[in-house]
Write a new protein. Structure first.
Ligand SMILES: *Cc1c(COP(=O)(O)O)cnc(C)c1O
Length: 445
């Protein structure tokens, strides 16, 4: 048992703790010292720690607390748009625009030409119409909000007709039937899980109908004996009955991904051209921007949505408006898009390049972690509900033995490294690794 009379006082420790005080402030250091001294009194270690030992422990505890829970991680899961890791990374232009909007006042709702009041959506409206071919556009907090406000505006107290094959759950509490209920409309399911016909939609239309809806089945595929009514035919059915067609694309994309060797996802321009009156899609999925919900479509409908009081509750802040505008501008130059937009750059990285990176890194990672490291071909995914059954050939490192323990160890680093466990190995898919140094620095620190 240590003799507690030998313990230094808080005042003496504070006097000796110069650099820690400079970094964390007197109040926080005093609290941490008191807590540490109380712990020592309670456990009476023998020998008692000296001043330097106590200060070192307090410093470590304060450093730990100062680390943000949102600190950067390396996403080596192989899922490029990982919802739990924050989805899309922004382009440099978008980051710069966001910072500028944070640092100084911006003409967010101010008309610089006339000096009067402006509309916050005007900054994006023109760009969105240009890139999608839609008549008008508006934007809200995310795509879930976009779906909510569209349904609430067009079908409050009425029925929204949707195929049973498209009643998606995206994850968390986003389930199409629940969103419909929250929006105040009644879900009218038609068809069956695998087959829905034009006649099913026609039979469901009546005086209670508010709209027809098509939902992109983002995270699953129904295969085999199937039948789906495609958007152009559905638009015709809706318009014959004087009803709007809403198409929720989910991820959506503004460009044809085949250009970069990827499988095609429906583009927003296609969905507009197919006759949908309203199309909704996300900002931080394939589009590669900040979290946002885009609503594009017919002018009268967009005007009604803008007049809905929910719009104010779901509106976007200036920081993301600035970043969204900068992201959308990049789409004016598709030739340089893959260079500038991190999401596309990572998706388009050829397997050979990733494998070469894995060959370079394998021996150095083995030394740093003192484990076995093999170069392994693997499969990346887009993630966030785009091409769910599609894999992209990739390469990475397979770490053994003790995959679970290795995984926990890498998660505990100052810059956590997140991989995935497969067949008893910890796989680090290198598709999303910005450069060799990023991994070596994270492991070496
Ligand atoms: C992802 C998705 C949503 C929700 O979009 P968030 O941007 O995550 O709010 C809605 N509908 C579909 C079809 C989706 O894929």
């Amino acid at each position: 048992m240590g003799d507690l009379r030998g313990l230094p006082s808080v005042d003496r420790l504070l006097a000796a703790g110069g650099p820690i005080l400079d970094r964390h402030g007197r109040a926080a250091v005093t609290d941490a010292l008191r807590a540490e001294l109380a712990a020592i009194r309670a456990t009476r270690p023998d020998p008692l720690p000296d001043m330097a030992g106590i200060l070192a422990r307090v410093s470590a505890a304060l450093e730990d607390r100062a680390r943000s829970a949102l600190r950067p991680v390396l996403n080596l899961t192989g899922t490029v748009l990982h919802t739990n890791l924050g989805r899309a990374l922004l382009a440099d232009d978008a980051v710069d625009a966001a910072i500028a909007a944070m640092r100084a006042p911006a003409a967010l709702e101010f008309d610089l030409d006339g000096g009067g009041r402006g509309q916050r959506d005007d900054h994006l409206r023109g760009l969105l119409c240009e890139l999608t071919g839609a008549e008008d556009a508006t934007i809200v907090n995310n795509n879930a909000a976009a779906v909510l406000i569209v349904l609430n505006t067009l079908a409050l107290g009425r029925e929204a007709v949707v195929s049973r094959g498209e009643l998606i759950e995206i994850g968390g509490a986003f389930r199409m039937p629940a969103i419909m209920e929250q929006a105040g409309c009644r879900l009218r399911e038609v068809g069956t899980t695998n087959r829905t016909h034009a006649k099913d939609y026609r039979a469901a239309i009546g005086p209670e109908t508010g709209l027809l809806m098509k939902v992109h089945t983002s995270n699953y595929r129904i295969e085999g004996f199937t039948k789906e009514v495609l958007a152009p035919e559905l638009a015709e059915i809706a318009h014959q009955a004087g009803l709007p067609l809403v198409n929720d694309l989910g991820s959506g994309t503004l460009v044809d991904l085949r250009r970069w060797g990827l499988s095609p996802e429906p583009t927003v321009a296609e969905a507009v051209a197919e006759g949908a009156d309203v199309v909704t899609f996300s900002g931080d999925k394939l589009l590669g921007g900040p979290q946002a919900g885009f609503i594009v479509g017919r002018r009268e409908i967009i005007a009604k949505i803008n007049a809905n009081p929910l719009k104010r509750a779901l509106r976007m802040d200036k920081i993301r408006i600035a970043a969204t505008e900068a992201t959308l501008r990049l789409y004016r130059d598709p030739d340089r898009l893959a260079e500038r937009l991190p999401t596309l750059r990572m998706l388009a990285r050829p397997q050979a390049e990733i494998r070469a990176q894995a060959e370079r890194l394998a021996p150095r990672v083995a030394t740093l972690l003192n484990c076995q490291v093999a170069v392994r071909d693997c499969a990346s995914q887009i993630g966030s509900g785009a091409l769910p059954t599609e894999n992209i050939a990739s390469a990475g490192l397979a770490l053994t033995p003790g995959a679970e323990a290795l995984s926990a160890r890498l998660r505990g680093l100052a810059t956590p490294v997140i991989g995935r466990i497969h067949d008893g190995a910890l796989i680090l898919d290198l598709r999303c690794l910005p450069d060799d140094a990023a991994l070596l620095d994270a492991l070496g620190a």
